[in-house]
Design a protein around this ligand. Structure first.
Ligand SMILES: NC(=O)C1=CN([C@@H]2O[C@H](COP(=O)(O)OP(=O)(O)OC[C@H]3O[C@@H](n4cnc5c(N)ncnc54)[C@H](OP(=O)(O)O)[C@@H]3O)[C@@H](O)[C@H]2O)C=CC1
Ligand SMILES: O=C(CO)COP(=O)(O)O
Length: 338
């Protein structure tokens, strides 16, 4: 299927998803709020701050005017940091009202909104008037942008409450290196994707302190157990956490040195301050805001999330990484499947 698609957010992932859609023959308009970046993308077909040594499809056109990018499109794909999705969605809603356009809304972001604790599909549903949208879907899974740039075989999932909408998104993205599955459990897909970033922060920190493969497996397994506890309390299908957006994405993010969350955890483990880590990364580290949201949500709902709580305490300078590990290892013994 070939469609007109606006992609909002031209960082590592937005630009890479836009590139896949352009390679698949779609008419793709990639919006960035930075005119220098738009010029670089249109003139050199590169996006050097985000993805090094990569040339984008010549068919990909970048825009700095959001209205121009959105005019006449069939689909709008949001790939901005989770904490700015609401403000961008408000702007999109105003533009759609002016254009009187009706589109499919998709997002590729992995985070929970602070304060409201909303998933991205909930934020989009609140901000974009049902008059202007046909569907809301998410695309998610183990997919480091740097690997997709190399056409590494990548499997992701797209979820929507209505499976037909997920199938539509599947048809736009699927190709011989990017295989897309469908799922109707949007809650499970979004929660797994957002919360694996917390565990990836922990994995980077443990690695920097010299812990090995057993510790990594322990963190990932028990991390997924608590992510799944929180997710199922919202009605997610427990099986979703065994899939691409659950354990799949956890594996890649908690083991890849391309992951910004893993790298941030690594630097925190080395004793760097959170402010310095954020400043030096220059790209979004979603796990930081999502740790706070998940920690508060877990408290509110009475869900036991000891690893999230430990990482929250480290991020907020309440304990060192070593003390956090010590506290976790001195918890009372318990049954694995509680
Ligand atoms: N990178 C990856 O491999 C993957 C990322 N994701 C998810 O995709 C989402 C985006 O991540 P990613 O592309 O990696 O992040 P990046 O930091 O690489 O890019 C984010 C982009 O959004 C822009 N941006 C930031 N604030 C605003 C704003 N207020 N208005 C408009 N644009 C803004 C940034 O500009 P600036 O840099 O100037 O601030 C940048 O161009 C995240 O939720 C992430 O979890 C999902 C799968 C894979
Ligand atoms: O979600 C991702 C891979 O699937 C990207 O993770 P990072 O944001 O940690 O780089």
């Amino acid at each position: 299927m070939v469609e007109k698609i606006a992609v909002l957010g031209a960082g590592s992932w937005g630009s890479m998803l836009a590139n896949i859609l352009a390679e698949n023959g779609n008419d793709v308009r990639l919006w960035s709020y930075k005119s220098a970046q738009v010029e670089e993308l249109n003139n050199k077909h590169t996006n050097s701050k985000y993805i090094e040594n990569f040339t984008y499809s010549k068919d990909l056109v970048a825009y700095s005017d959001m209205q121009e990018a959105i005019d006449g499109v069939d689909d709008i794909l949001f790939v901005v940091p989770a904490q700015v999705t609401r403000s961008i969605a408000k702007k999109v809603n105003e533009i759609l009202a002016e254009l009187d356009n009706n589109v499919n809304i998709i997002h590729g972001s992995k985070g929970i909104e602070q304060k409201t604790y909303k998933r991205m599909s909930e934020v989009l549903a609140e901000e974009i008037d049902p008059k202007y949208r046909k569907s809301i879907s998410v695309i998610s899974g183990p997919s480091q942008a740097e690997s997709v740039a190399k056409h590494d075989i990548t499997l992701v999932t797209t979820a929507s409450e209505n499976i037909k909408d997920a199938e539509h998104i599947q048809s736009l993205f699927i190709n011989d290196y990017f295989r897309v599955y469908t799922n109707d459990d949007i809650i499970g897909v979004e929660i797994g994707a957002a919360l694996k970033n917390i565990i990836a922060l922990g994995a980077g920190a443990l690695y920097s302190l010299g812990y090995g493969d057993n510790t990594k497996a322990a963190l990932m397994t028990r991390g997924l157990a608590e992510v799944s506890r929180l997710g199922t309390s919202f009605g997610a299908n427990p099986l979703t956490f065994t899939g691409l957006s659950g354990v799949g994405d956890l594996i890649v993010t908690a083991t890849s040195s391309d992951s910004r969350n893993w790298r941030a955890g690594y630097q925190l483990g080395q004793g760097k301050s959170l402010d310095d880590v954020i400043k030096n990364m220059g790209m979004v580290i979603e796990g930081i805001a999502t740790t706070k949201a998940a920690y508060e949500l877990a408290k509110q709902r009475g869900i036991d999330m000891p690893i999230t709580s430990a990482i929250y305490n480290v991020l907020n300078d309440k304990v060192t990484v070593k003390d956090a590990i010590n506290e976790l290892m001195h918890r009372e013994g318990r049954a694995e499947l509680d």
